[in-house]
Unconditional design. Structure first.
Length: 629
């Protein structure tokens, strides 16, 4: 007998909740490696098997929201492409529900733009004329007023969940979520239509789903509890995006069911014990390893923060792990998953530290910057960089294709009715030549490039960048204290810093967000698993930016701000660090090596041993040249 079947009852419980006549909404706690996708697929298969005819006759479907396109494809494949099941990412699903409601979208946009314009005008009234902040506000006002004036011209609004949405009639990513959430909250008819179309909505990775949408759906469920089942699946310890719903479990209504999966199918027993200890400081959820899983290995290597040749030391760690485990694939870096817990550390090692420092500190920007969807950075990664590379390679086909698909100079509007298209081609070539000429005297920064493209109209420059450019180019106010009295906003200041970054940082950043880097972070490996995992922790390289591994590992005491946030129920850097540490450690299927660079290695060693995270012989502070102890 073994414990492999201890969670089988959960499948039966879910089937009981998924009752068309008497639905029960639920939050399914599913920790790392617990097989939540399997439970989700089984639930979907049960629904279509039980209610296929009833759903089909009334034109109803079962809806699933998941986080990535890859997850959508996997669930769709495992449910055999059944048309009764709609599986979408959050943005794609939200757009599918509001698409075509053009009058309502227009009214929402008009109201939202008017409020944003009023806020900017109020700020301008309080501010100082002639300052950089004023220049940025004027640019923002101009773009918003221009959009407001044009909004009545659009018969239909457009949106691409995977694109940049630069057309005049396009909605942006955040607007789609806001509009759908607002419609659910303010339009009773939309609510009724929604629950009639989708009597069951299951949300995977619910802890990372937009808090605005989760809040709206909770309201809908409460109003239609007798005919609408909302199933949330996830684990608060695995929340990694800042716009997800904090402490989602604490807001689940008492009338909901709260089933829990306890078994970890992925990790060996030693690593399950470790991740239980890691999360022990946050909640009471504990997992069990499968009885048929091996013991596995987990080792912590603690070195001084000022270690001179860290890559060589990390190679020595892999050699040690190869000897310890008998798994020679540890010696090959390409066969190990090397994770940097903190993005800043990855940014420094890969070569885009200035970009990271400029943008990742702004809450409003962070998620988009880290997942590659942030419009100002996509402008460089998706348009400028590919054009630059094509020109350097002499690939005229790639350059022409990029311009035909994305440049206003060769847009359908420009070509339509133009009797001399050759003139447009010459204009586009002149714009390319002007851009490439910026490298004649060395490496340009992003501001020089954006200024050049704005002047030639080679590509459409995002409004946010235009506002930052206006502030950057503005002559400082004559009054000595004006700039200090009317500083630019946090957002504009961040974009100005980004514009000061050298273009050479764009390529490594693009590789990073495309997961083509030598190592990855928690976002890139969410939901994945690997035989060998090495986690790098270095507060020296990360500068304690948003996270603090020395605090988690006992080398530093919590700050006064941490203590205050804890008392007020707010998130601390320690909370964030604990979650990311849990996510990365729980990726390992066989063996795990944790490498920590600390100003006080002895304190780290004492802390992890005293708190029973590691035994004394599992913590190493030096290696022989051959990788031994």
């Amino acid at each position: 007998m073994n414990n492999v079947t201890i969670d089988d009852h959960v499948e039966g419980e879910l089937a009981g909740f998924l009752n068309l006549e008497k639905p029960t909404s639920f939050f399914l706690f599913a920790g790392a490696g617990s097989g939540k996708t399997r439970s989700l697929v089984n639930a979907l298969n049960y629904l279509v098997k039980t209610y296929r005819d009833t759903l089909r006759l009334r034109g109803r479907q079962v809806a699933v929201i998941t986080y990535t396109n890859a997850a959508c494809d996997e669930i769709t494949r495992r449910t055999e492409y059944d048309p009764l099941i709609m599986v979408r990412t959050i943005h794609s699903f939200a757009w599918s529900q509001i698409q075509g409601f053009n009058a309502d979208i227009r009214a929402w946009l008009k109201d939202n733009l008017q409020r944003e314009i009023a806020d900017l005008q109020a700020e301008e009234g309080k501010g100082r004329p002639g300052t950089k902040a004023s220049a940025a506000r004027q640019a923002q006002l101009e773009s918003k007023q221009r959009r407001l004036e044009r909004i009545t011209d659009f018969k239909a609004f457009t949106y691409n969940p995977n694109g940049d949405n630069r057309d005049r009639s396009s909605l942006n990513h955040s607007e789609v979520i806001k509009i759908f959430s607002a419609f659910l909250l303010t339009k009773p008819l939309m609510q009724r239509m929604f629950v009639e179309k989708f009597p069951f909505l299951l949300i995977d990775e619910s802890q990372d789903t937009s808090r605005a949408l989760i809040d709206a759906l909770l309201v809908v469920q409460n109003a239609h509890a007798d005919r609408f089942c909302l199933g949330l699946i996830g684990d608060t310890m695995q929340r990694i995006y800042p716009d997800g719903k904090e402490r989602i479990e604490s807001e689940i209504p008492q009338s909901w069911a709260t089933p829990e999966k306890k078994l970890n199918h992925r990790c060996p027993r030693r690593i399950v014990r470790l991740i239980n200890q890691i999360r022990g400081g946050a909640d009471n959820h504990k997992q069990e390893p499968r009885d048929d899983r091996p013991e596995g290995w987990a080792r912590l290597f603690v070195f001084p923060v000022d270690t001179p040749d860290k890559p060589a030391l990390e190679q020595g760690v892999r050699s040690y792990m190869a000897g310890l485990t008998g798994d020679q694939d540890w010696s090959d870096a390409s066969k190990c998953k090397i994770l940097a817990l903190e993005h800043h550390m990855a940014a420094r090692r890969m070569g885009f530290p200035k970009m990271f420092e400029a943008l990742a500190s702004v809450d409003e920007y962070r998620t988009g910057f880290l997942d590659g969807s942030f419009a100002p950075t996509r402008f460089f990664t998706n348009y400028v960089l590919p054009l630059f590379n094509a020109q350097k390679k002499g690939d005229k086909f790639a350059a022409t294709k990029l311009l035909r698909e994305n440049s206003p100079l060769l847009s359908k509007e420009s070509l339509k009715g133009n009797e001399k298209p050759i003139a447009l081609l010459r204009s586009a070539q002149a714009a390319i030549d002007s851009l490439m000429g910026l490298w004649a005297d060395g490496e340009p920064n992003c501001a020089v490039i954006a200024e050049n493209i704005t002047s030639t109209n080679l590509f459409a420059v995002p409004d946010a960048l235009k506002a930052a450019l206006a502030a950057k180019q503005a002559t400082p106010a004559e009054a000595p204290d004006a700039e200090e009295a009317d500083p630019v906003s946090e957002q504009i200041a961040a974009l100005i810093d980004f514009l000061d970054c050298p273009f050479s940082e764009i390529a490594p950043y693009a590789a990073y967000v495309a997961h083509e880097a030598p190592f990855d972070t928690h976002q890139g490996v969410k939901g994945l698993e690997f035989e060998r995992v090495m986690v790098l922790m270095d507060d020296g390289e990360a500068r304690g930016f948003l996270f603090g591994y020395d605090k988690l590992l006992g080398a530093k005491a919590p700050t006064a701000a941490d203590i205050k946030n804890t008392q007020e129920g707010k998130e601390t850097s320690l909370d964030r660090t604990r979650r990311l540490f849990y996510v990365t450690c729980s990726r390992a299927r066989s063996s795990l090596a944790l490498v920590a660079y600390s100003p006080d290695p002895a304190a780290v060693r004492a802390y992890v041993i005293a708190n029973e995270w590691f035994a004394a012989d599992e913590v190493l502070s030096e290696l022989r040249p051959d990788g031994g102890r």
